[in-house]
Design a protein around this ligand. Structure first.
Ligand code: AMP
Length: 287
């Protein structure tokens, strides 16, 4: 695996690969890699000839400075995992390489209502930061295919919108969420959970499973939401949201949606255990 710290060197490498007729797959990450990230590398390797991964903890997407300061950094084991997975190139830029003019007065994107609901509502500015870094990364890598996780469901929708705004031909491939044996969605932030909270964290998965079962049986959303909320608060979570939404638009459920709505739906949860914020989601119409 070749490691690049500078965008111009990465661009030269990508250009060489493209000149040789190779398709480029791209997996952007913030590091502290786990098997969920590696599954994206595997998907990219299956679908394209050259897989490029980036590791960059993007300061502009953190609305909470404490979360940014405490974000886990494990670069050496990350490199070992990427090597083992057969990743071809790693882009590891410094902040100044990504934001040579600094991080104030960066461009803003028209993300419509995606910016004001769910993650957008609870993490103001977060998706602008995601777009600022993704615009730079996509311009540097110019991938044919972009691999991202459904774990960050709304982020996939935002990046899909960004690709339209950029008129990028890159194809976004949303990959399934990898989970621990007890159902907890793999996440770099899980490392920050105390052993006790790590046990409790599985409640999010149990709660999503309950929402799926009850909604598919026709229980109305307000009833299901109350049960789900109680489950999480009883386990010690402080909840940002528990929502049921249209899987294509993310518009929230109406009171009767579970019984009359036939289209695809997704249940989404964001909640804190101590100072660690966890998010997860589950499609209701899938087996
Ligand atoms: P992050 O490093 O958290 O920014 O994540 C980098 C990419 O990995 C994003 O596209 C995430 O959605 C994806 N990802 C994170 N956790 C998982 C998981 N458990 N399963 C699959 N993909 C994931």
């Amino acid at each position: 695996m070749i490691i690049f710290k500078y965008a111009d060197q990465l661009a030269r490498y990508i250009q060489q690969q493209k000149s040789a007729g190779k398709q480029i797959g791209f997996v952007p990450t913030m590091g502290a890699l786990h098997s969920g990230h590696i599954a994206l590398i595997d998907q990219s390797k299956k679908a394209t000839a050259v897989t490029v991964c980036s590791i960059f903890v993007n300061p502009t997407q953190f609305n909470n400075p404490n979360d940014y300061q405490l974000y886990p950094k494990t670069i050496e084991p990350d490199i070992v995992k990427l090597e083992a997975a057969g990743c071809h190139a790693l882009f590891l830029p410094a902040i100044a390489e990504m934001y040579p003019q600094g991080t104030s007065n960066l461009e803003q994107y028209d993300l419509g209502y995606l910016e004001t609901l769910l993650e957008g509502k609870y993490r103001p500015g977060h998706f602008q930061g995601v777009c600022q870094v993704m615009n730079r990364l996509l311009t540097m890598v110019l991938p044919h295919k972009l691999f991202m996780g459904q774990k960050d469901y709304q982020q996939c929708m935002v990046v899909s919108r960004l690709l339209q705004l950029m008129k990028s031909p890159a194809e976004l491939i949303a990959c399934p969420t990898l989970r621990e044996a007890d159902g907890l969605a793999m996440s770099s932030r899980n490392m920050r959970l105390s052993p006790e909270n790590r046990q409790k964290a599985t409640t999010i998965y149990k709660c999503l499973t309950l929402i799926k079962q009850e909604s598919n049986q026709g229980t109305t959303w307000p009833v299901v939401k109350e049960k789900a909320t109680k489950m999480l608060t009883d386990a010690g979570f402080s909840i940002d949201y528990v929502e049921l939404a249209d899987a294509h638009t993310l518009q929230p459920a109406t009171a009767t949606m579970a019984t009359i709505y036939q289209g695809p739906r997704v249940a989404l949860v964001a909640a804190f255990l101590g100072d660690v914020r966890l998010i997860d989601n589950m499609l209701l119409n899938e087996a």
